[in-house]
Design a protein around this ligand. Structure first.
Ligand SMILES: Cc1cc2nc3c(=O)[nH]c(=O)nc-3n(C[C@H](O)[C@H](O)[C@H](O)COP(=O)(O)OP(=O)(O)OC[C@H]3O[C@@H](n4cnc5c(N)ncnc54)[C@H](O)[C@@H]3O)c2cc1C
Length: 408
């Protein structure tokens, strides 16, 4: 009877395990995760869960009893020390060795830390896990003022949620606008306006120089010497892939575990999925994506490919972010573009934006605007060159441009 081992019990790993069972795999299936909880979804941690509107139980990826009921050997609260591709064995922290026929690396990402004085003071918090969210919730309960370092998705969502809880919030961001790295200046300015209109103080173009406090956080000092006081700070300055378990093995690693279009690593029988996987995407080239939908779909594909299906993963990617009353969506992937075509009303924060490079649609963004980001996905996958006038016309249905089987 074959044994499949999945390392990392979050969205990608848990989804792969569930997929293996639903696809009929009846061998031994071991799902190992360092966190003591059953697998849960992270998006509510910066939104409903942080604001106390939703319990963690609403975020289980499967009901906790699912794992035993489906004969998945769940090892939650157990750390994998290494995956040994030569001996084909997974070694746990307590020395246990589990021989495998196929393995999946789904170890996700960890937060980047700021290498500045005072970064380890009590009251300087971060957000990745439910335990992190609990610490922020507890700090927010007895606080009036929070300092958020970094205005990427996590920092922006935390700022919005803390404002929702009635705290004063100052955000310090190194770039010129929130989310500039992903959205560019023009769209970043829209996010900036959103936060300012909700009463967030934004300090842009400045980095954190040091955290100060007598025994616990009291203030952040920026690179220009500005001192921003607060009751606690949340640092959200990006993440890095957790590749430790295969470091210095034949499994190739370079800003993530490298996988081909089918999510296979450089070692036969070992796959990677989710935030940790740097994937040779058929449309975008090698990319590593840190979003929910990608981890979910990669988990499904990896599960099937562990069974030998050899499916190519060419999903055009989609994600969302909720900040205040703004529902943000984005599909595709673009690091640069030479044209943005808007549809709708930017000034009312109800619009879509299409990012084109050399006439090819690479990505779509929207705020409080239904359908078009998803409807753009088949066009992005097909590397279509849609007529910009049609993109700009809210009456024009993008589905009419898509290959029939791909309409969203
Ligand atoms: C606060 C927050 C809000 C988010 N909101 C959104 C959103 O609104 N929209 C969106 O699209 N995406 C969002 N995301 C991103 C999304 O949650 C991630 O893309 C997704 O969780 C990735 O899943 P994963 O399984 O690849 O990795 P992870 O969720 O990082 O899980 C990896 C797991 O592996 C475990 N692990 C690592 N090393 C070992 C080891 N050696 N042994 C055992 N276990 C190990 C870790 O403990 C962890 O539980 C959010 C993320 C966070 C943190």
């Amino acid at each position: 009877m074959p044994t499949f081992v999945i390392v990392g019990a979050s969205l990608a790993g848990a989804t792969a395990a569930a997929t293996l069972r639903s696809e009929g795999f009846d061998g031994r299936l071991v799902l190992i995760g360092e966190e003591p909880l059953p697998p849960y979804e992270r998006p509510p941690l910066s939104k409903e869960y942080l604001r106390g509107e939703q319990p963690l139980e609403k975020a289980w990826i499967r009901p906790p009893e699912f794992w035993a009921e489906n004969d998945v050997e769940a090892r939650f609260g157990a750390r994998v020390e290494r995956v040994d591709p030569a001996d084909r064995v997974v070694v746990l922290g307590d020395g246990e060795r589990i021989a495998f026929d196929a393995a999946l690396i789904a170890t996700g990402c960890r937060n980047r830390r700021l290498a500045v004085p005072g970064a380890d003071l009590p009251g300087v918090l971060e957000l990745r896990t439910a335990a992190d969210a609990d610490r922020i919730k507890a700090a927010a309960e007895r606080a009036q003022k929070a300092v958020v370092v970094g205005a990427g998705f996590i920092g922006s969502e935390v700022a919005a949620s803390l404002r929702g809880l009635g705290l004063d919030v100052t955000v310090v961001e190194f770039m010129q606008t929130p989310l500039e790295r992903v959205l560019g200046l023009e769209l970043g300015r829209v996010i900036e306006g959103l936060h300012r209109d909700h009463g967030v103080e934004l300090i842009l173009g400045e980095a954190a120089e040091r955290f100060e406090g007598a025994g616990r956080f009291e203030a952040l000092v920026t690179t220009s010497g500005r001192r921003v006081e607060g009751d606690f700070a949340v640092v959200g300055v990006g993440v890095e892939p957790v590749c430790d378990v295969v470091r210095d093995t034949d499994v190739r690693v370079d800003n993530g575990v490298l996988v081909d279009a089918t999510l296979a690593t450089s070692v036969p029988g070992i796959f990677a999925a989710g935030d940790v996987a740097r994937h040779d995407h058929p449309v975008f080239g090698p990319i590593r994506v840190e979003h929910f939908d990608n981890a979910l779909k990669m988990g499904e594909t990896a599960g099937r490919n562990m069974l030998g299906r050899n499916e190519v993963f060419d999903d055009p990617h989609w994600f969302w972010s909720d900040q205040y009353d703004a529902q943000i969506q984005m599909s595709g992937f673009a690091t640069s573009w030479d044209r943005i075509v808007f549809r709708g009303k930017v000034e009312e924060r109800s619009f879509a934006a299409f990012l084109l490079k050399d006439g090819v649609l690479r990505s779509a963004f929207s705020m409080n605007w239904k359908f078009d980001v998803r409807r753009a996905m088949p066009l992005i996958r097909a590397m279509a060159r849609p007529d910009p006038d049609r993109l700009a016309d809210p009456e024009f249905d993008l589905r009419t441009l898509a290959p029939p089987k791909e309409t969203a």
